[in-house]
Unconditional design. Structure first.
Length: 98
């Protein structure tokens, strides 16, 4: 069986500054969800990925990731935001506190 990925065409989706501001928060959230899953499976931090020993160098807080690792999470967040908008959803920022 051959798998051919077919993501939504989001090329026409423009992200407003409010929506773009969500990117970093969603990227950090995506990393934390991934890390929780790994930790629940018995993985722990290690300087190199080792599937047998279940160690991974990215099991650190988002702020401590390399820029390339953060960029992977940012692209995931941006892809989700664009897909939501392409599907017709709206994203409305919360009202200012106070």
């Amino acid at each position: 069986m051959t798998y051919t990925p077919r993501p939504l065409d989001t090329s026409a989706v423009a992200l407003t500054p409010d929506v773009l501001a969500l990117t970093e928060r969603l990227a950090a959230h995506a990393h934390d969800v991934w890390a929780l899953g790994r930790l629940a499976q018995g993985w722990r931090y290690g300087p190199a990925r080792d599937d047998v020993a279940k160690t991974h160098p990215s099991l650190v807080p988002y702020a401590e990731l390399s820029e390339s690792e953060k960029e992977f999470d940012r692209q995931t967040a941006l892809g989700a935001l664009r897909a939501l908008l392409a599907l017709g959803y709206t994203i409305t920022p919360p009202a200012p506190a106070g």
